[in-house]
Design a protein around this ligand. Structure first.
Ligand code: UT7
Length: 345
């Protein structure tokens, strides 16, 4: 205990108290392999029309056999570091939001630290499902504000194609693989970007509506566990839908209230990309016009913790998000967990 306090004190002194934190760089990696809706039509009682009309999804990306999350995260993190003008050795903190880590232990954060050569960073994972990236932002903000950690890498990534039951038409058409990353650093405010507010919430009472039950201590790996399909995503879709709209709308209202902004001031809204109908319903509830809603769900499906950082990276690199824009993000997922963040680019 005594040693820990001394170490923290030394690091804190090193960087001094940081008041403002900004997004310095973004990066993403989407696997090259494209899986169109017609892939599922071959084996299941489903159709391209049903999938598009009920979800907005036209295709999703899938990794090659043998690829791991830390492998596909590496190019995304390198891109984010390059945009930030930093090297891996500058990182003090690595947080990976994911439900599909490389292994149960060590964390994908540590494996990524190894791949990047981020020798001085402390690295760990956050298990918060789809809002894992927003949870990462919230945790990093607290680590950085006391001055103990100056540069942080926040990753949201998933390889969900390994967790899909390809015989369950109600879930297998929804998910995809991908990873996004941001680098955070100290900021002087306007012109340099600033994270204005982050809020995260959870409600474990509703865990049964969405989960991957197998492979942990409750249902340890075994032939019986796999035969029972417990390693696959289980979801009561229409129940989850209702909660997703309610909780994401609440998260947006709360973040606007906390930060003193109104919805009219938002330049761009990136909701979790699970279903276009959920995204449109949330935008309507919080009075953000659809022209301001960033959409990637048609191209990548639901990539859980990766939907927001991949959409952010794409919008920063190819438009429409510009320096100085006010960006709102919100997400919802298994737990239930939800959250929102407001930042100026
Ligand atoms: O990222 C974490 C959070 N996850 C989400 O936010 C996902 C939330 N849920 C959803 O996006 C939607 O509920 C789904 C897309 C999963 C389902 O859409 P829905 O409009 O809620 O459909 P439903 O579950 O009420 O099912 C309606 C019908 C059912 O048939 P019956 O019982 O009416 O005969 C389903 O069996 O649609 C059927 N169905 C399908 N039909 C063709 C379900 N999946 C399919 C399919 N193709 N792929």
């Amino acid at each position: 205990m005594w040693i820990t306090i001394l170490l923290l004190g030394k690091k804190g002194k090193g960087y001094g108290c940081v008041k403002k934190i900004g997004i310095k760089g973004t990066g993403a990696y989407l696997p090259e392999r494209i899986i169109p809706n017609s892939f599922f039509e071959k084996t299941l009682d489903t159709s391209n029309e049903w999938i598009i009309s009920r979800t907005g999804i036209e295709q999703r990306r899938m990794v090659l056999p043998g690829q791991s999350l830390s492998e596909i995260a590496t190019p995304a993190c390198k891109q984010a570091l390059q945009m930030a003008g930093l090297s891996a050795s500058d990182l003090d903190l690595i947080i990976v939001g994911t439900s599909t880590p490389d292994m149960l232990t060590p964390s994908t954060g540590c494996l990524l630290q190894h791949r990047l050569g981020a020798k001085k960073a402390v690295a760990f994972d956050v298990s918060a499902a789809c809002p894992g990236f927003i949870y990462g932002l919230s945790i990093a903000q607290k680590f950085m504000q006391d001055g103990s950690h100056q540069h942080a890498l926040i990753v949201g990534g998933e390889i969900l194609s390994h967790r899909i039951d390809y015989e369950d038409r109600a879930t297998c058409v929804l998910f995809g693989d991908g990873v996004g990353a941001v680098v955070l650093g100290p900021s002087k405010g306007r012109g340099e970007g600033e994270i204005l507010s982050v809020d995260i919430q959870s409600n474990g009472n509703l865990w049964k509506l969405l989960n991957i039950p197998g492979g942990g201590s409750l249902h340890p790996p075994s032939r019986e566990m796999v035969e029972a399909g417990l390693h696959h995503i289980k979801m009561q879709g229409n129940e989850v839908f209702k909660h997703a709209v309610r909780y994401m709308s609440d998260a947006v209202r709360k973040i606007l209230e906390n930060s003193g902004f109104i919805s009219r001031q938002i330049d761009w809204f990136i909701p979790h990309q699970a279903n276009i109908r959920i995204m449109e319903a949330v935008a309507k509830q919080v009075e953000i016009p659809l022209e301001k809603v960033i959409k990637t769900v048609h191209k990548y499906g639901n990539t859980s913790a990766a939907t927001i950082p991949t959409a952010l990276d794409e919008s920063v690199r190819s438009g429409p998000i510009k320096k100085g824009d006010l960006v709102l993000v919100a997400s919802f997922g298994a737990g239930f967990t939800w959250g929102a963040a407001l930042f100026r680019m």
